[in-house]
Design a protein around this ligand. Structure first.
Ligand SMILES: [Zn+2]
Ligand SMILES: [Zn+2]
Length: 231
């Protein structure tokens, strides 16, 4: 006779780990792979999340304070995170949005002050049409559910489809993006988090933060899945 536990075990869905294809139970990533991910753990500049010796504000943020107040990156943009993000963005593996949001939630749920609103980095409508989805919005949607924070997806707009940022110098990046965003929502007195998949130089997030600051936000955090450590 088959007992009830055997039947239940057979009915339970068995997932394969996204990274090693081993059996991961109900999780998207198995415990061993999860533990080995390049978590952003060491001392870092609280403003831009680049490593500093004792967690002090870095020289660049002291010289040119960006318009956001803090940055939280879950992971470093190295293997296998870079490969996961490419699969998600360019191969359209949309199911990865939830897995990436879970990794962010793991890192962010213990923060003292959670923001009231999540604002995903907007894509220009032309880019949205060709990609079919906004990578930051999909992660934000899952994260909003996991952490119980409201999502303000249409709050901001990207007004120009700017040239790709890769390969440009920091000055060229700034010129390329100046005034590229606008924000139509009244954010007076609000604590918000701007969400993006990767932070490289932080130029896009700085420009978006300028628009959000103009709309009245008093505290602006940047939440990113991964931080590029060297440009
Ligand atoms: Zn695994
Ligand atoms: Zn910094």
């Amino acid at each position: 006779m088959i007992d009830i536990c055997t039947i239940i075990n057979h009915l339970r869905p068995v997932s394969r780990c996204l990274l090693c294809s081993g059996i991961s139970g109900l999780a998207t990533i198995c415990q061993a792979c999860h533990d080995e991910l390049p978590w952003q753990a060491g001392s870092a500049c609280p403003v831009c999340a680049l490593p500093t010796t004792q967690g002090e504000v870095c020289g660049s943020c002291l010289q040119h304070p960006p318009s956001f107040d803090a940055t939280y990156a879950a992971l470093a943009y190295t293997y296998p995170v870079d490969a996961m993000l490419r699969r998600y963005k360019y191969a359209g593996e949309l199911s990865l949005a939830h897995a990436l949001a879970e990794l962010m939630a793991h890192r962010l749920r213990s923060l003292d002050a959670l923001p009231e609103l999540l604002i995903p980095m907007p894509l220009h409508p032309d880019r949205l049409r060709s990609r079919g989805f906004n990578q930051a919005t999909e992660i934000s949607r899952s994260l909003s559910g996991l952490l119980g924070i409201s999502l303000a997806a249409p709050a901001c707009r990207r007004n120009r489809d700017t040239a790709p940022q890769a390969g440009l110098s920091p000055d060229e990046r700034r010129r390329n993006l100046r005034g590229a965003f606008s924000c139509e929502m009244d954010l007076k007195g609000r604590h918000v988090a701007l969400l993006d998949d990767v932070m490289t130089t932080g130029t896009s997030l700085t420009e978006l933060a300028n628009a959000v600051r103009k709309a009245g936000a008093t505290r602006i955090d940047c939440w990113v899945v991964a931080r590029t450590l060297k440009d």
